[in-house]
Design a protein around this ligand. Structure first.
Ligand code: C5P
Length: 307
């Protein structure tokens, strides 16, 4: 029976480790990244439209600032990719309900693209093999493959070649978020400028951090959180340095900027420490909003289908 609509839920991510090598001739950087999917979700619904209507997009929810509702949205690019590959006629509407902060270093746009790939696959009964979905995801953006998988993973190359990482238990996070995002391309460029052209260190797999995750050892993980893009993000927005310090002074086990920022992620011991830190960060006046979350959680998956 044909499907009228499919809804896919997809999480945000934080980078527990982001090591960035020198810029390659293709303009990208080789990375070693440890991703964790966390419990802040966007919902992407694909619905039947009138024949000949083509593709339309609408955005709703509490994080819509600056998100394009047209062909520039990564979700629209995901539909275009699948329809071309599988020769599908697209008369459909994509509705994106956003809770993941926009341009926040939490892969919100990539998450929506991953969710759209999964939604299209279910909607058109395309039966796309997993490795092909991964390959399509990687062409849409470096973080899209992880948003398909979720959990916790080590990413190499552009961050898109993934292996699962073993974790024990659940980790509690507090996130300081901002309405105004930072440009990923600009933060990479600033990192290159700050390091100088002679920089040639290749990123390495963080074995201690991986074993802290496997043991479920939050205090050790807190000490090992690291991001090579952090200095550039702080240089672009100096408040971020003060927020990270304030979080540590207020009891966080560790603090790191996620991806290219500006979201600051604080690892805490438990839910009651999370509540205390939320209060302290809100009172600091240094952040726009504060969220409580946990990880790891699942990647993009279908939560409802209507026929
Ligand atoms: O792949 P994505 O579209 O998410 O990347 C956004 C920008 O971030 C790229 O245009 C590039 O400037 C930078 N980037 C990079 N090296 C990576 C990933 C991203 O330089 N591995």
């Amino acid at each position: 029976m044909p499907v009228k609509s499919v809804t896919v839920r997809v999480p945000a991510k934080v980078n527990l480790q982001l090591s960035v090598g020198p810029k390659e001739p293709d303009g990208y950087h080789n990375l070693v990244s440890v991703f964790q999917a966390i419990s802040i979700f966007d919902d992407v619904t694909i619905k039947l439209s009138e024949p000949g209507a083509g593709l339309s997009i609408s955005i709703s929810g509490d994080q819509t600032h600056g998100v394009p509702a047209d062909a520039n949205n990564l979700a629209a690019k995901a539909v275009a990719l699948i329809s071309k590959e599988y020769d599908l006629t697209v008369d459909a509407h994509i509705e994106i309900k956003k809770s993941i902060p926009v341009a926040g270093g939490m892969a919100g746009g990539s998450a929506d693209a991953a969710a759209t790939l999964v939604a299209c696959d279910a909607y058109w009964h395309a039966g796309i093999p997993r490795d092909q979905l991964d390959a399509m995801a990687a062409t849409l953006g470096s973080d899209v493959p992880f948003m398909l998988h979720g959990g916790c993973a080590l990413g190499i190359a552009r961050g898109d070649v993934l292996s699962p990482v073993m974790t024990r238990g659940s980790f509690h996070w507090v996130l300081a978020t901002y309405v105004d995002g930072l440009s990923t391309a600009e933060i990479y460029e600033k990192t290159d400028q700050m390091r100088g052209f002679e920089f040639d260190e290749m990123p390495e797999v963080p074995t201690e951090l991986l074993s802290a995750l496997a043991r479920g050892d939050a205090p050790a993980l807190g000490r090992l959180l690291h991001n090579d893009l952090q200095s550039a993000a702080i240089a672009a927005r100096p408040t971020l340095g003060r927020v990270l310090e304030h979080g540590i002074d207020s009891g966080a086990l560790g603090a790191v900027i996620s991806g290219s920022g500006p979201t600051c992620a604080f690892l805490v011991r438990d839910e009651s420490s999370a509540i205390d830190l939320v209060v302290a960060l809100k009172a600091s006046g240094l952040v726009d909003d504060v969220l409580r979350t946990h990880g790891p959680v699942h990647g993009a998956r279908v939560i409802s289908t209507s026929r």
